[in-house]
Write a protein that binds this ligand. Structure first.
Ligand SMILES: CC(C)(COP(=O)(O)OP(=O)(O)OC[C@H]1O[C@@H](n2cnc3c(N)ncnc32)[C@H](O)[C@@H]1OP(=O)(O)O)[C@@H](O)C(=O)NCCC(=O)NCCS
Length: 270
């Protein structure tokens, strides 16, 4: 594997994206990096882990930042041909191309409430409450007061890492570590990226009455980790929040973990 490189995709309209459709049939406006991210996610979560294909893409994808890591792969285009004496009459022809092998996404605040301890979620919905409307619907998620947990007071804005996946044949090369560290460095360099703009959203839609109440990101990062890779997230600085409990997402046990980054962010976006 050659030196991997990473592409960044900022939040983008993904209108018309069709789960389960081949990439050549997707609308031309869908960014290539997103199609690459989905190619990895489908290989890992859908084919390997058995997540339903229609649940892999969700409403957080368009408002998230995505990173995709690519590896250079050598492919034999034409085999070598030798004559009867063994002399090469046509050498092997090969080409190198970059293939997407890993991805991660970063979901901005606000979020749905923390999952219910012991709850079972499919496609982001709690079993037994699939039809329940939990708040205003529309493109803008509501700013809510959540239940407090060990590391989250229920109010502080946090960003959420997720959909971390590396294609099976490329595991063990620290590509997941590279992705996570890239995102954490990006967050430190861009702490105000997700802070809401007063003009675009309006104070009332931020649950704020004056400038002091405007939600500002102060470095809190969450992950809903598959329980089997909790140790891996711990290596990257995340701590288990046992106040969040354990719940099932797409049939797999998950736990909540948090990390606080040192950031300098008190910029309000007008
Ligand atoms: C989890 C996953 C992304 C790791 O990818 P990877 O590129 O192989 O990970 P890295 O090489 O960066 O591994 C980092 C470290 O974690 C260790 N590690 C890898 N997989 C692990 C696992 N399942 N459990 C515990 N530790 C693990 C590695 O040995 C490595 O340790 P080291 O730094 O001491 O050598 C990959 O196995 C994957 O896609 N799994 C399926 C999807 C998944 O579970 N995603 C996580 C959702 S929360």
């Amino acid at each position: 594997m050659g030196t991997p490189f990473i592409t960044f995709l900022e939040p983008s309209k993904l209108e018309g994206y069709m789960s389960k459709a081949a990439r050549e049939n997707q609308p031309s406006a869908i960014p290539k990096a997103f199609l690459d991210a989905m190619e990895v996610r489908e290989q890992v979560f859908v084919e390997e882990q058995g997540v339903a294909a229609e649940n892999e893409f969700d409403s957080d994808d368009s408002r998230s930042c995505h990173w995709v890591v690519y590896a250079s792969v050598n492919k034999t285009e034409e085999l070598e041909i030798r004559d009867e004496s063994g002399a090469v009459i046509r050498p092997r022809k090969s080409s190198t191309r970059s293939v997407p092998v890993g991805t991660i996404r970063l979901v901005p605040f606000p979020h749905d409430p923390h999952p219910v301890d012991g709850g079972e979620y499919w496609d982001g919905k709690l079993k037994g409450e699939e039809d329940k409307v939990t708040g205003p619907t529309g493109p803008q998620k509501p700013y809510i007061t959540d239940r407090p947990t060990k590391y989250h007071d229920g109010k502080e804005p946090y960003v959420k890492l997720g959909r971390l996946a590396v294609v099976k044949e490329f595991r063990g090369h620290r590509l997941a570590g590279l992705l996570v560290k890239t995102v954490l460095s990006w967050l430190k360099a861009n702490p105000a990226f997700f802070n809401p703009s007063i003009k675009e959203i309006g104070l009332e839609n931020m649950g704020a009455f004056n400038e002091r109440d405007i939600p500002i990101w102060k470095g809190l990062v969450c992950v809903h980790a598959q329980e089997q890779v909790q140790g891996l997230w711990a290596k990257w600085g995340f701590q288990l929040d046992d106040g969040m409990g354990t719940w099932m997402e797409e049939g797999m046990p998950h736990v909540g973990m948090f990390q606080r980054l040192e950031v300098n962010s008190d910029q309000i976006r007008i």
